[in-house]
Structures are given as structure tokens and as C-alpha cells.
Design a protein around this ligand. Structure first.
Ligand SMILES: Cc1cc2nc3c(=O)[nH]c(=O)nc-3n(C[C@H](O)[C@H](O)[C@H](O)COP(=O)(O)O)c2cc1C
Length: 327
């Protein structure tokens, strides 16, 4: 259950997936608190003219709670990517992850993210350059990809071998093709093939939503770890639940009081990280995920989500928790 990434040791095999708009510093902090062994922030574009934006700046930031400071880069220009590696390391990154999995049209129209899997020659150019830049900067580099472009072109094994040959330290494979987006049935067979093909650690990703699924995927693929994305939205305790299940000790879903403590801790971290206007707006989605299916949540949420200041949002939220007897 230990993965070595260059000089860094990762203890544990349940990881948080990078999710733009979700896995910011405060959310990573909460997932770490609930036992995520390794957490990856939101992707950052490799074009240097974007780095000064508030969005990119916040994505280059880390906190003590980050297990390892991982920056995920997205791009298709070798020169820009190389510069981005050095810049990310200057900003404190200890590991660079390369995104070859993003399916968004906005991304693929400029041939980066998962579009790179369609052009193996170009992919190799980028993997070579990133491998060399990471060696120069003395940081491990990792790859995140999909199983391929579409069902007829599943080349994760080829891409993974190239990455391993270029010195990449770990590969995460999302068990869908680019064409499959986020909804096609996930398949783990290709991930098992990648595990067989390379000698570096492989992380399995896609629809890991509980301990039973995690156990099955680890057994079927031989992967070194699982990575959880959407299953953690509004449920950061999932890391403890999965890790406990894998250790043979089931951990029940926390009760409402414990969950409320988590929400309030997350909220506090969120408001400490962002300026208030942005914090109020961006915390709304977390609240919608957290309160899904809770007793009498719909009318309470409608009120909370209308609030425009941090204090009034907190107050309405606490009114709801108090009315339910949770605080
Ligand atoms: C809202 C959202 C944002 C995402 N952003 C990124 C990203 O920045 N980088 C990346 O490699 N993958 C990104 N992904 C993909 C996830 O890391 C993961 O591969 C995918 O959601 C499948 O895992 P899951 O079924 O556990 O959610 C994103 C997914 C979602 C839903």
C-alpha cells in the first residue's frame, strides 16, 4: 500500500481525482482529513499568459494539508509545457501530472487533454519533453489518461508504455474512452492490460463509488490504488469508508452531526481561501451536493442558496441544522 514517487512516499491507496471547479485547496484539505492518501488539484493550462489570472494563481497554491503538492498541467505545445513544469516547481509543486484525459470540446479543439491520445506521435513528443523537463527540475512526473479515443481506438497500453519509457513515475487510467465522456459504462479490462504492460504503479479510476467497487477494481486490475472523483462530491468521508472496507473494517456513513461538522469545517476553509463574494457563490455547489437527500433539505437549500453574504449563508445553514437538532 505504499507508492514511491521519486523521493516521495505515498501511504495508502485511495486517492482524490483532479476535478476542475471542485478539488481546490479547501476541498483537498477536507478529503485529506477524511483519509484521502493522495490528492490532486485542478488542471492548469500550460499557456504562460494565463498564469497571472486569479483562477490559475489559486490552482498553483497548496496548503500544509496537501499530502504531496501535485500540479496537473494541460497543454499541447512542448515548449509551453516545459516552461510550465519549471514554473509549477517554482510555485512549490513536488509532482507534475500531465492531463491526457480531459474530454471537453473546448480542450479537444486545441488538441490537448484526451485528444492527444489520437495522435501517438505527437503524444510521444510531449511525453519526452515532459519527462526531460521533470528530470531537469528534479520532480517526478505522472500521467492521467483514458482507455483511448473511442471503442475502436483503445491505446492506453501504448501510451502508458511510452510514458513509462520516458521516466514517468505513475499512470492513472480512467476506464472510459474520450467518446464515452463521463457516462458510458466504465470498463476496467484495459486498466488491467496497462498494469500488465508497465512496471510503474497504475491507478484505476472511474465510478469508484464505494468500498465494494474499490475492492473489485483492485482485484480485477491489479492496480496499485484507486482514484475517486465524483463519488467524493458532498461525501468526502468516502475515503475513510473505502480505505476501511479495503482493510476489512467497515466504517459506516457518518451520522448527520459528524457530516455537519465536516460541512462547517469545509465552509470555514473555503471562506479563508477565497474572497467573500466568490466564496459565497462557489460554496453553493458544495452545499447542493452535501445536502442531497437530507431531511427537509429542498426548502432549506432554496433559502440558503439565495443568500448573498457569507454570514447570512452560514446563518441560514445553521438554522436548518439547528431545526433538525444536529447542532
Ligand atoms: C467536474 C469535473 C472536473 C474534472 N476535472 C478534471 C481535471 O481538471 N483533470 C483531470 O485529469 N480530470 C478531470 N476530471 C475527470 C476526473 O478526474 C475523473 O477522471 C472522472 O470524473 C472519472 O472518475 P469518477 O467516475 O470517480 O468521477 C473531472 C471530472 C469532473 C466530473
Amino acid at each position: 500500500m505504499t507508492i514511491q514517487l521519486g523521493p516521495h512516499r505515498v501511504d495508502g491507496n485511495v486517492f482524490l481525482a483532479p476535478m476542475a471547479g471542485v478539488t481546490d485547496v479547501p476541498f483537498r484539505q477536507i478529503c485529506r482529513m477524511w483519509g484521502a492518501a493522495y490528492v490532486v488539484g485542478e488542471m492548469v493550462a500550460s499557456q504562460s499568459h494565463l498564469w497571472a489570472s486569479a483562477k490559475s494563481q489559486s490552482r498553483f497554491r497548496f496548503e500544509e494539508s496537501d499530502s504531496l503538492r501535485v500540479t496537473q498541467l494541460l497543454g499541447a505545445d512542448p515548449d509551453e509545457l516545459e516552461k510550465a513544469v519549471y514554473f509549477a516547481v517554482e510555485q512549490g509543486a513536488q509532482v507534475i501530472d500531465f492531463n491526457m484525459g480531459c474530454p471537453a470540446k473546448k480542450v479537444c479543439s486545441v488538441a490537448c487533454g484526451s485528444a492527444l491520445m489520437r495522435d501517438e506521435a505527437e503524444a510521444l513528443v510531449l511525453l519526452k519533453r515532459l519527462g526531460a523537463a521533470a528530470r531537469n527540475a528534479d520532480v517526478p512526473v505522472t500521467l492521467k489518461c483514458r482507455t483511448g479515443w473511442d471503442e475502436a481506438h483503445k491505446n492506453a497500453v501504448t501510451i502508458a508504455k511510452m510514458a513509462a519509457d520516458e521516466g514517468f513515475a505513475m499512470i492513472t487510467v480512467h476506464g472510459r474512452t474520450r467518446e464515452g465522456g463521463y457516462i458510458s459504462p466504465v470498463e476496467y479490462r484495459t486498466i488491467a492490460d496497462v498494469v500488465q504492460a508497465v512496471s510503474i504503479p497504475v491507478v484505476a479510476n472511474g465510478d469508484i463509488i464505494d468500498g465494494t467497487r474499490a475492492r473489485r477494481v483492485l482485484d480485477e486490475t491489479g492496480a496499485a490504488a484507486v482514484m475517486v472523483g465524483r463519488g467524493s462530491m458532498g461525501k468526502p468521508w468516502i475515503f475513510r469508508q473505502i480505505a476501511s472496507h479495503l482493510a476489512g473494517e467497515d466504517y459506516p456513513i457518518p451520522d448527520h452531526r459528524q457530516r455537519v461538522e465536516t460541512i462547517l469545517a469545509h465552509r470555514e476553509a473555503h471562506f479563508a481561501f477565497y474572497e467573500e463574494d466568490l466564496a459565497v457563490r462557489t460554496f453553493r455547489k458544495h452545499l447542493s451536493w452535501y445536502l442531497q437527500g437530507w431531511p427537509d433539505a429542498a426548502p432549506a437549500l432554496a433559502v440558503v442558496l439565495r443568500e448573498q453574504t457569507g454570514e447570512s449563508q452560514r446563518q441560514r445553514l445553521c438554522d436548518y441544522f439547528a431545526a433538525q437538532g444536529w447542532i
